[in-house]
Design a protein around this ligand. Structure first.
Ligand code: V47
Ligand code: SF4
Length: 370
């Protein structure tokens, strides 16, 4: 396989199975690191971003059994922010954030008007901030409740300020896995169609895979193959982010007897490295320090990863599911983490353009003019 990779030859599905199953994780890492160095040298990017979760009310609350975040409308802990609450939360990072990452539940009370008002209000206050918002599942939900096509929903939201889309909701595409962990969620083809439509409209997006629950190696490879296939057709994916399943406070964790037992560091690092090697047409592989710990994310920088989740500010989805990591990482800590791996930190915008090269500075935030 090393010759294939050195010669720039595409890996087969059988190669991906081998990469997922070999115990020689160091060999997998060395291959992924070599590919990453050719693409990105020693540079590791991150964004000064803030996660906003305007509503946790979700009609799929009972059927996405891996999710700890969602609530039914009258359930304890259910919330839907008013516009003022969203803007108050956004103001926490006034002038520093370059990207709002906005996702929530499938809330019948949060239609296109609600999200358009949020996006418009944020753009009015922070015209220089990029809005990465709404997974394919949320876009399809809006299309359904508003009786609009997906393309029209995307056009309307772009008009209101949406710039790119995050990669959530993909989970694992296998119908059998979906039936077990996310019955009633948007099917694989529909998820891919929403992204295809977005890409055709010039809206770039990310892609993900939720791993470490009931999926098999074959399921993982088929999932990655579908992502690679769509990327061949559109070129619209910016980054791939493997998402480590968190088993606390959700039905699936109870059923599997996995509460308190997250994925293994071995599997976390392998998923990142295989992503780098197999997804030869996706430029950026992002490690999510909230999910896998900052320590593992740092080590992953030697296993094919060129991008690390940013400052985040107030992460909710994984903390509800048992993540023990912080909800925020200050800029100096991100710089220290990247430099500690012998890499050069580069702050980027959502489209991976350079905002600031961090030479030896201490990470004092740049406050952006409105
Ligand atoms: O789709 C929900 C996942 C996703 C759990 O695009 C869980 O830059 C693990 O997609 N254990 C939403 N994962 C988050 C997401 C994301 C995150 C960071 C960056 C980007 C990006 C996208 O969170 C959901 C689902 O796959 N999720 N519950 C859980 N218990
Ligand atoms: Fe709702 Fe998303 Fe949670 Fe599923 S994963 S219940 S769609 S918030």
């Amino acid at each position: 396989m090393a010759e294939k990779i050195a010669g720039g030859e595409r890996l087969s599905d059988a190669d991906a199975v081998t990469l997922f199953e070999t115990p020689d994780i160091l060999a997998v890492g060395a291959l992924a690191d070599a590919v990453n160095r050719v693409k990105h040298g020693d540079r590791v990017t991150f964004a000064a971003n803030q996660h906003l979760n305007p509503t946790n009310i979700c009609i799929l609350r009972k059927t996405c059994v891996f999710c700890s975040y969602a609530r039914l409308p009258k359930e304890e802990g259910a919330y839907r922010y008013t516009l003022e609450q969203v803007f108050a939360e956004a103001a926490l990072t006034d002038g520093i954030t370059r990207e709002f990452h906005i996702v929530g539940g499938l809330d019948m009370g949060a239609g296109i008007q609600y999200y358009s008002d949020i996006f418009r209000g944020l753009k009015e206050r922070y015209p220089y901030v990029h809005i990465k918002a709404l997974t394919a599942v949320e876009i399809a939900h809006l299309a359904r409740i508003e009786s609009m096509s997906v393309a029209d929903v995307l056009r309307a939201l772009r008009e209101a300020g949406l710039d790119t889309m995050p990669g959530g909701g993909a989970e694992v595409f296998s119908p059998a896995v979906r039936e077990t962990i996310a019955d009633r969620k948007l099917a694989a083809d529909e998820w891919l169609d929403v992204h295809r439509t977005a890409h055709a409209l010039g809206i770039r997006s990310n892609c993900t895979m939720l791993y470490g629950h009931v999926e098999t190696t074959a399921d993982r490879v088929a999932h990655l193959s579908a992502l690679r296939g769509l990327q061949d057709a559109t070129g619209g994916f910016l980054a791939y982010i493997p998402l480590a399943y968190h088993p606390d406070h959700n039905e699936l964790g109870k059923t599997l007897g996995r509460e308190g037992t997250a994925t293994s560091g071995f599997d976390d690092i392998r998923n990142l490295a295989v992503g780098r090697l197999y997804l030869d047409n996706i430029d950026h592989i992002k490690t999510h320090w909230v999910m896998v710990t900052p320590y593992l994310s740092q080590a992953a920088l030697a296993f094919g990863v060129d991008d690390i989740e940013g400052t985040m500010v107030r992460e909710k989805v994984y903390h509800e599911a048992g993540a023990q990591t912080a909800q925020h990482m200050a800029l100096p800590d991100i710089l220290r983490l990247i430099r500690g791996a012998g890499k050069i930190p580069v702050e980027r915008d959502a489209l991976y353009q350079v905002v600031r090269e961090h030479g030896d500075d201490d990470g004092s935030p740049v406050v952006h003019a409105a």
